[in-house]
Design a protein around this ligand. Structure first.
Ligand SMILES: Nc1nc2c(ncn2[C@@H]2O[C@H](COP(=O)(O)OP(=O)(O)OP(=O)(O)O)[C@@H](O)[C@H]2O)c(=O)[nH]1
Ligand SMILES: [Mg+2]
Length: 366
């Protein structure tokens, strides 16, 4: 476990924990990783694990209940604090469609944001064969996740399986593909080569990046740089990304990486997707992994977020919430109701005159 890293990977929910664990295996070195789920089956021997909402759900999952998963994560959020020393950026991986992936991620991201730690979330959307209910549940939480995360990337599982028809193989392929992509992104953050992006720069990019898309392409041989550009042009994962405002590109290769190759990949990406977008690039040089090959990871962001003051923790309870987000029982941002003019009853740092649902920033679906 690398406790010095300023970046932490958090796998949330059943499939999210599986993907995050896949990333740590593919990375092959100790990494700062936490798995968390409302279901104890997601615990792994060699990874830290937080069981969310212990008494509330008895460790058996939320059964697709987003609200229960949110409450469970809310119960357990302080368990994260002891693991966060020096963390500057969180990378969350999850799969939407059940209860925990979306519901718990939402509360965890809010908690981290409250502590001044921005998050990028990589979330898969359910296969179409899973049916409408799961799809609706997943879509329902995306805009809430988008609102609290600095950057959010939602990838439909249907797009990760390359026409594989066998169900078991398709499920595995999807997890592997997303895990590979996140591993490359991780390597780009943790193992910089000649062109590096430090944690502070990454944090600034991610904190305001907004909704995005990402794809990875690997190629070898004399035309590998051009093949990578062609691969990105054809990638269905990058299609329909309309107003790209910022681009993050990682070029990972062995010692034979040429400057001209980096230049042509960077130019090709800019010309293809957004010549005037803000552009950041990092390279990784690791002969033992990328010998003879270039792998490139490309992230395109729509950058719709209001620029936040990154050094000040954001108080979500005092934030102005948009009218449509307020439940009929909400007492608005202050939430002190008839106790407005009296001395507050503070216990463990919480104002007990404010209703619990309001203190805990829980929206009531009524
Ligand atoms: N590729 C792949 N996707 C999976 C697998 N298991 C689940 N998923 C996807 O992940 C989504 C969420 O499922 P889970 O991760 O089991 O749900 P959860 O987040 O643990 O939530 P609850 O169990 O309802 O509390 C599903 O709708 C699927 O799209 C798997 O083995 N492989
Ligand atoms: Mg589960």
């Amino acid at each position: 476990m690398n406790q010095d890293s300023p970046i932490m990977l958090i796998g949330v929910g059943g499939a999210g924990s599986q993907i995050a664990h896949g990333v740590s295996r593919a990375f092959g070195e100790p990494m700062r990783l936490i798995l968390c789920d409302t279901d104890s089956v997601s615990a792994r021997d060699n990874a830290r694990f937080i069981l969310l909402g212990g008494n509330r759900l008895s460790g058996r999952g939320s059964g697709g209940d987003v609200a229960q998963a949110r409450l469970a994560a809310e119960d357990s959020k302080h368990e994260f604090n002891v693991h966060l020393e020096g963390v500057r950026l969180a990378v969350i991986v999850t799969s939407l469609g059940g209860g925990t992936g979306g519901g718990a991620s939402l509360e965890i991201i809010k908690h981290l944001r409250h502590l001044g730690i921005p998050s990028i979330i990589f979330a898969t959307l359910p296969f179409s064969f899973e049916g409408e209910e799961k799809s609706r549940r997943a879509q329902g939480i995306t805009s809430m996740l988008e609102e609290v995360a600095g950057a959010s990337i939602f990838t439909p599982l249907d797009q990760l399986i390359d026409n594989v028809d066998n169900m078991d193989e398709a499920m595995r392929r999807a997890v592997d593909t997303i895990a590979t992509g996140v591993t490359l992104f991780w390597r780009m953050l943790e193992k910089p080569g000649y062109i590096r992006l430090d944690a502070e720069r990454i944090k600034k990019i991610i904190a305001v990046a907004g909704r995005g898309k990402f794809a990875t392409i690997s190629a070898q041989g004399a035309t590998r740089a051009n093949d990578i550009i062609d691969g990105f042009k054809r990638s269905t994962l990058l299609a329909s990304c309309n107003s790209v405002k910022s681009i993050l590109l990682g070029v990972l290769a062995g010692e034979d990486l040429r400057l001209s190759e980096v230049g042509s990949i960077a130019d090709g990406v800019r010309e293809t997707f957004a010549p005037h977008a803000s552009f950041d690039i990092a390279t990784v040089n690791d002969e033992s992994i990328f010998s003879g090959r270039i792998s490139a990871v490309l992230m395109l962001f729509e950058a719709n977020k209001v620029k936040a003051n990154l050094d000040e923790p954001i108080s979500l309870t005092n934030q102005k919430r948009r009218k449509r987000d307020l439940s009929p029982l909400s007492q608005g941002p202050q939430g002190r109701g008839r106790f407005t003019n009296v001395e507050p009853t503070i216990y463990n740092g919480e104002d007990l005159d404010v209703p619990t649902f309001s203190r805990r920033n829980i929206t009531l679906d009524i």
